[in-house]
Design a protein around this ligand. Structure first.
Ligand SMILES: [Zn+2]
Ligand SMILES: [Zn+2]
Length: 270
């Protein structure tokens, strides 16, 4: 439950940011879009809390098999943050390249608008597609599950602040950290911007693994997905890609084609 508690504790700050951005930059908001984002956040948080409760015995069983005894010291805590952020990078990169994972992650990308409330736009299906699996190596290594989930929550909380157009560039911070500028590129579908900047907290992973692109200040970001969905219905937003993926699976002939439909590069539903 620690994940939900950390996010809940920070929610007044999140709401203040949204309130400020809404009042000062009203043009960046569409009420229906923000209401959909809020509904999606609540459904997501509920599903996440339940699934983490159900998964906890598995997490502690994996922790029993741990390779090392890791004492919590400032150094090992920094290590946990670095390792989780590294795993997040690969989770996120895989979420853009594997249809099964994209079917959940697409929800976060399906708004044409970018503001702080976009951070809330999350899928109910993350527990089903197995986002949690990406954190299990940390438990096997020797980090206690509750520590791992705490670090995951901090990473996600940080990412709230990169969903905005009102912060342009942040000087030296841009070299090391994921920033609003880097994340605008990530949400944009302009040529050259798609499937770039997968960072959670540190942008260094994108630079190391060749997926970094700097925001071009002369290029206006066009947000959303290829084959935009024109809906603010949370059910449709959560499941439109599943419908499409399952129809491609049904149409697939043979095992290879079926596997490609499920785990190949995502295709668009319209
Ligand atoms: Zn993404
Ligand atoms: Zn985002």
């Amino acid at each position: 439950m620690s994940v939900e508690l950390i996010l809940l504790a920070l929610s007044p700050i999140f709401l203040l940011c949204i309130g400020y951005e809404f009042i000062k930059h009203r043009a960046l908001y569409d009420i229906k879009d923000s209401m959909a984002n809020t509904a999606l956040a609540l459904i997501h948080q509920g599903a996440d809390a339940l699934s983490l409760l159900a998964l906890m015995p598995l997490f502690y069983w994996l922790f029993e098999l741990r390779l090392f005894e890791i004492e919590l010291t400032p150094l090992t805590i920094v290590g946990a943050f670095l390792l989780q952020d590294f795993l997040y990078y690969w989770f996120h990169r895989a979420s853009h390249h594997v249809h099964w994972l994209w079917a959940a992650h697409v929800v976060h990308h399906s708004s044409r608008i970018m503001n702080f409330s976009t951070a809330f736009r999350q899928s109910v299906m993350y527990p089903v597609v197995g986002m949690w699996m990406f954190w299990t190596p940390m438990m096997l290594l020797g980090f206690e599950p509750k520590v791992v989930l705490m670090v995951v929550a901090c990473n996600l909380a940080f990412q709230f602040f990169v969903h905005t157009e009102i912060i342009k560039k942040l000087g030296w911070i841009e070299y090391v950290f994921n920033t609003p500028s880097h994340h605008r590129v990530h949400h944009a579908i302009n040529p050259g911007y798609i499937d770039r900047n997968f960072a959670g907290v540190l942008i260094i992973w994108d630079k190391m693994f060749g997926t970094f692109v700097e925001e071009d200040s002369n290029k206006v970001c066009k947000y959303g997905i290829i084959g935009q969905i024109e809906s603010n219905n949370p059910i449709k937003i959560n499941f439109h890609q599943w419908r499409h993926m399952l129809s491609t699976v049904r149409a697939a002939k043979g095992t290879k084609a079926t596997l490609r439909a499920l785990f190949g590069y995502p295709t668009s539903s319209n």
